[in-house]
Design a protein around this ligand. Sequence first.
Ligand code: COA
Length: 335
Amino acid sequence: MFKSKITGLGYYVPENVVTNDDLSKLMDTSDAWIQERTGVKERRHIKKGDGNSTCIMAVKAARIALERAELTPDDIDMIVFATLSPDMFFPGGGVEVQEIMGMRTIPALDVRNQCSGFVYAISVADQFIKTGMHKNILVIGSENHSGGLDFTSRGRGVSVIFGDGAGAAVLSRNETGKGGILSTHLHSEGKHKKKLSLLGPSTGYWVPQIIKENPQVDIPYYPYMDGQFVFKHAIVRFSEVIQEGLEANDLSVDDIDMLIPHQANLRISQFIQKKFNLPDEKIYNNIQKFGNTTAASIPIALTEAWESGKIKEGDLVVLAAFGSGFTWGSVIIRW
Ligand code: COA
């Protein structure tokens, strides 16, 4: 059995900064409300004509990760691409990345686990490396939320939270014997699937049906979120799955050097920090400037934390996510 290791990280966000005051011009909200309830100060949105899409941002992040791993696209054996906002309904984004980056006819797998997408994707890639089937896997999380949100007052409970961006990691067979991914832990509970969901367009809510129904009343083509319900479940599941990962490796909360939680909401991160009694330097948050970028949030935060020297060789790094599905998971890494 082999072990895997993160050998390169990169992220990309669009240049266009959208502040809370900008959103206040579109809907009945305020900078004070958004900051107090979510921690978000600003986020990035793709701007018409800037050339970005979910897959283009993914490629921009991936190129940085590859360069840092000192690999070329030819070295990559597989793509695992997590997104809830692909450029096309089908095929998924993985094949677009394969095409744009001029890669060999390698497998391209799309992962649809929303805010837990990157953790799921890392876990999938880790299994392929462990068995010896592949040596270098490109794992990406990328989202274009701004293209599909309701920016009227009707959508304010959802739209103020989310932002666009992409993050990528190269997972490689660990030839050094030092560090690497210790374990991954994944869960789901489908009975809450509608509490954070986008019903259509889909085969259940197909375009003619949406047009037939009154779109002002029934709006299945914008995301729906029961914020308080999501919040209550998130804080429980985040805590459980971090503990589960630590216990599986005979570790405790005191061993954590850096916790990178999915950037769902600053209040959720603060709750976990308090529960585990973690000092500020052992948890990384950047939701203040990027919002919740779903599958991209962990790789963006991980890249930033690594770039700023907050993660060093030998550190115990914990990734944890919770999101729509509900799905949740953790990754325990010795850096
Ligand atoms: N600006 C101003 N007011 C807003 C608002 C906005 N952007 N969004 C909602 N409100 C209003 C509501 O309409 C409601 O008004 P009412 O009391 O007159 O009915 C009031 O604020 C309180 O709404 P509520 O939904 O109860 O607020 P909250 O304190 O639960 O905060 C969230 C809402 C979404 C910020 C919060 O529930 C949350 O963060 N949940 C978790 C979401 C999350 O993490 N999602 C991602 C999971 S991966």
